[in-house]
Design a protein around this ligand. Sequence first.
Ligand SMILES: Nc1ncnc2c1ncn2[C@@H]1O[C@H](COP(=O)(O)OP(=O)(O)OP(=O)(O)O)[C@@H](O)[C@H]1O
Ligand SMILES: [Mg+2]
Length: 316
Amino acid sequence: MAELKPPILEVKNLSQHFTTGRGKKRLAVKAVDDVSFEVYTQETFGLVGESGCGKTTTGRTIIRLYDPTAGQVLFDGWDISRPMNKKLRRFLSDNIAMIFQDPIESLNPRMTIEEIVGEGLFVRGEQDKAKVRKLVYETLDLVGLTQEHATRYPHEFSGGQRQRVGIARAIIVKPKLIIADEPVSALDVSIQAQVINLLNDLKQELGLTILFVAHNLSVVKYFSDRIGVMYYGKMVEIANAADLYENPLHPYTRALLSAIPEPNPRYSISGNRVDYDPARDHDYSAEQPSMREVLPNHFVYCSQGEYERFKLKVSL
Ligand SMILES: Nc1ncnc2c1ncn2[C@@H]1O[C@H](COP(=O)(O)OP(=O)(O)OP(=O)(O)O)[C@@H](O)[C@H]1O
Ligand SMILES: [Mg+2]
């Protein structure tokens, strides 16, 4: 792994709680609960966990589609969790772009590819149509599409091509950070690798930093420099990718890893279930867990007793 550069994104004790329903049916959902992590400049940070663990909410809170319930987010040292105003809105849209899971739902069917990809520039106040067109063409080229695609509409494209359009729309404004929320999970497996390779190439070419959200560890395995694992709104483990695969310490990470579908036919498919039960796997009656650094840059959400066991385990 390349030497770590300074963090571009610092998420500190971030919480996003939703309340749903009224009266007796009122329910508080701690979608993100006291989550902290850093994303270093030009790395890919994979955020993984099963459906509903709070990955999307984390991304959406960072770019301020939601106001955080608590905590702070710094980007390049700037507080982007402060009360919203025009200047902050502009700062966010200049620096952070999002790629969504479903390329068909996230692209307006009535807009041409040129309009979709160029929109961010017009929103910024760019009025020179020829200049926007030129940039759109250049960006289409960067994502493996051509000028001929510019006049077409989203429904004329395959899933993989549509996601290329989504990527073009995100990178045309030259953001420093891309939040890619399950960008390949709606695509055929054969296409997934192409889109991931494209993101990887663009990352190198444009010096991007990527926060890559996935619910399957196998997707982020080769692509991420570091990985954070979430469970029910909590971050339970953060480590560099190789370390996480070699020394998964939190029982949830271990369960998630052993649930990766194994292409080897000798393994049974029943291995796909994530076998984790907090009540069975932890005893927090005496002490609540917190994030602890078990190995350098390898953090686990654990109690002191677990920490000591993990320390012993990694030293063997
Ligand atoms: N706008 C909202 N209002 C109320 N509850 C919400 C809202 N958005 C998300 N939630 C709840 O917060 C929790 C986390 O949801 P989130 O979409 O962040 O999970 P996720 O990890 O992205 O899951 P998936 O892998 O299915 O995309 C879930 O329980 C979800 O129902
Ligand atoms: Mg999601």
